[in-house]
Design a binder for this molecule. Structure first.
Ligand code: ADP
Ligand code: MG
Length: 397
């Protein structure tokens, strides 16, 4: 083809990101809760070092028996939601706005601060300082960026699902109870039939988040179960109509693309509690729940280990719905930020150590995100199609 022709825009992936990237891991150690502070037997055993990239975990009362771990970043009790966003989320969100896929995932035992880190929303804004988590901050970032960019047209949509006992439920459409994961022709993973709702503002996102949480709580209350036994996943899709794009990774050729859509998908994942569940006493539903959480987090660990070791060629993505869905986040076409949430006190030291070790393994996972390029607004088109189909049906065609 002539040099100024775009290389087949039908192929959705063609611009290779030059950096050899890997999963970035941030540790966040939460402050002691009021209840923990009031107990004399609770002492802090987790210490964030001044270099902000290493953390030391001591055995209770011991100055000899300690372990030090190094990560991309370590944030302590004094870190604000803004600090966490800047370190562990913003770089990924900016990439999504450029047409890459991104994943931000929180791992840790129940009570360690995963939901606070990701989804905390301050609704009553009477207090001036907002202390929101990564999901609302990401949305705010995306809408601000889109509204300041007069050269592109944006379509932004959101899905909210949970994986509970190996079934995928649409939290924005509770009638659907068992959604299926499918693979697109280009190898991309998607959830067939999931609601993708167009969002035009931060308020839209917060409203859907609250609706989804409400559906989630209702379902769990009915089952007399707890949401920490499921993985909650928000997916924000940014579609961006591009008129002219210079391929900066290969400027000698100066490839120009005259039109097309860049698609960036952001996965925000609040994983089920990683604590090992006591075998005794759990039976019936509790036992099945525990088994499926263990299974999916074990599968996640196995996939991470497999990806971290170049000699292993088989990665067991199909072992669980979670790993199947996150397939691209684990060394595929996604930039991934993993947040390890830990509690600072002595009674959780075993879980803390096991979470930190999980994070260390994840740092070895490489990724290669590539720009996603489409010819038309995908989500918009699908909605148009669905509308026409339902109109056809109504018209008796
Ligand atoms: P998880 O989702 O991991 O089970 P949560 O996010 O629900 O844990 O946190 C447990 C409790 O600790 C909540 O009451 C939450 O508000 C509080 N918490 C967690 N992290 C922080 C933090 N960094 N600063 C203040 N409070 C926090
Ligand atoms: Mg939680």
């Amino acid at each position: 083809p002539p040099p100024d022709m775009p290389p087949s825009p039908h192929k959705s992936h063609f611009l290779q990101n030059s950096d050899n990237e890997r999963v970035k891991v941030t540790v966040r150690s939460r402050p002691l809760t009021k209840a923990e502070e009031s107990r004399e037997d609770v002492i802090p055993v987790v210490f964030v070092n001044p270099d902000k990239s290493t953390v030391t975990v001591r055995r209770k009362g011991s100055f000899v028996d300690y372990t030090e771990f190094k990560f991309d970043a370590v944030l302590g009790a004094s870190a604000t939601q803004a600090d966490v966003y800047a370190v562990a989320a913003q770089p990924i969100v900016l990439d999504v706005l450029e047409g890459y896929n991104g994943t931000i995932m929180a791992y840790g035992q129940t009570g360690a601060g995963k939901t606070y880190t990701l989804a905390d929303v301050v609704i009553n804004d009477a207090i001036q300082s907002r202390v929101e988590g990564i999901i609302p901050r990401s949305a705010a970032n995306i809408f601000e960026y889109a509204s300041n960019d007069k050269n592109h047209e944006y379509h932004i949509s959101m899905s909210y699902i949970q994986i509970y006992m190996e079934t995928i439920q649409d939290l924005l459409n509770p009638e659907t109870t068992n959604l299926q994961i499918r693979e697109a022709e280009d190898g991309g993973i998607f959830i067939a039939g999931v609601h993708e709702i167009e969002v035009k503002s931060l308020e839209d996102v917060v409203t859907l988040l609250m609706l989804g949480d409400c559906n989630r709580q209702c379902a769990f209350t009915k089952l007399n179960a707890h949401s920490s036994r499921s993985h909650a996943i928000v997916i924000i899709t940014v579609e961006k109509k591009t008129f002219s794009l210079l391929d900066s990774t290969n400027s000698s050729e100066g490839r120009r693309i005259s039109k097309g859509i860049l698609v960036g998908k952001l996965f925000l994942v609040d994983l089920a509690g990683s604590e090992r569940l006591k075998k005794s006493g759990s039976e019936g539903l509790r036992a099945v729940e525990a088994m499926s959480v263990n299974m999916s987090l074990t599968a996640l660990g196995k996939c991470i280990s497999a990806r971290a070791d170049p000699s292993i060629t088989h990665v067991p993505f199909r072992d669980s719905k979670l790993t199947r869905l996150l397939q691209e986040s684990l060394g595929g076409n996604t930039k991934t930020s993993l947040i390890i949430n830990i509690a600072p006190c002595c009674d959780h030291i075993q879980e803390t150590l096991s979470s930190l070790k999980f994070g260390i393994r994840a740092m070895k996972v490489g990724s290669r995100a590539i720009l996603n390029f489409e010819e038309e607004f995908r989500v918009l088109n699908r909605h148009l199609q669905e509308n026409t189909q339902s109109k056809d049906k109504q018209a008796g065609n």
